[in-house]
Design a protein around this ligand. Sequence first.
Ligand SMILES: *[C@@H]1O[C@H](CO)[C@@H](O)[C@H](O)[C@H]1NC(C)=O
Ligand SMILES: *[C@@H]1O[C@H](CO)[C@@H](O)[C@H](O)[C@H]1NC(C)=O
Length: 391
Amino acid sequence: MGKILCVLFCILISSLASSYAQNCQNFAFSTNVIYTTCVPLPVLNSNLHWNYHPSNGTVDLAFRHTGSDTSQWVAWALNVDRSGMVGAQALVAVPNSDGSIRAYTSSVTVYGTTLQPSTLSFAVPNITAERVNGDVVIYATLVLPSGGTRFNQVWQVGPTNNGAPIRHSLNSDNRNSLGSVDFSTGEAGAGGSVGGSRMRRRNTHGVLNAVSWGVLMPMGAMAARYLKVFNVANPAWFYIHVATQSSAYIVGVAGWATGLKLGSDSPGITHDTHRNIGIILFSFATLQVFALLLRPKPDHKYRFYWNIYHHSLGYSIIILSIINVYEGLDILDPEKKWKNAYTGILISLGVITVIMEALTWVIVLKRKKEEKRTHAGANGSYGANGVDQSA
Ligand SMILES: *[C@@H]1O[C@H](CO)[C@@H](O)[C@H](O)[C@H]1NC(C)=O
Ligand SMILES: *[C@@H]1O[C@H](CO)[C@@H](O)[C@H](O)[C@H]1NC(C)=O
């Protein structure tokens, strides 16, 4: 059954491919180069033509934007590590005042890019562009990164100001000009992104870590600090704290491991800060687990120092975790809404913290007063900051 489906699918793909190929072969480039593969891109009147050389992993390609306005810049890019605009390794064509076209490469790092010339993450031994019969064509040879053939692609058209590219419009065509391309099979997908599985793994990594390090750990710390002030929650707070932090640690280590795997699967792509903070976090959190096991009894003379150690390590973990979740969100570059959602969660936790902190102080001060009134209060069943009666 699977085989029949596969055969049908292959016939469908190859007939589609051959109909594309005919269109491609019909198109005569001024360079007389014949490209064996061509895909019409779904928006912005563009076509991608290429020859793929498996022997040396290179692609000779022509990106053709038809009916191009004489004051428009045109760009086509591979995005090796992500999808969409940021991270795009772009081939850019910009009209000169004399009507000729200058072509260069530009690595896009921010949304506000002005497409300044820069080198790409892979080699482009040759790039030229021309305007012919109202079309702008970029010709280039790419040395495909890490021997891959399947990538996310993105292309764009925008206005110039005094001969320099400026921001493109945000019409739906300009926002939907992305997809995937496989230089080996000639398959191209619109809209979404390839590397689907890689993208999924990156998202899994993001969710595991944001939930564990970024949300559960701060909540576990809050449980410890604010629940223990209520007598009824004693020693429940301790078990809640340990349970929350242990689950956060287990999920967090799983998330951490997916991060290491992602890193080792994409040599040449380094997110040093994110990676280093991740390693520090793992070490600190593991130390906390040992701290739990080596914890002195509440009335032990070293308990005071242990508390300082446990608290400072704990707060460092929370701060570093939050920083690293934001670092990760910047790398993942998902829609803004995820960053906003995480910021929203942090603000809620912050508000709860402020309220609980105030409440804690009110309770503690009231207890102190009562203790003083009833008598000595020196038996000190409540510590100075509202109890430290670990189980
Ligand atoms: C790659 O191989 C093709 C065909 O084998 C050859 O025409 C082309 O010049 C080579 N390109 C580079 C950059 O070595
Ligand atoms: C670059 O491409 C142009 C146009 O296709 C061609 O004329 C030129 O010989 C190429 N240069 C190199 C160094 O391959």
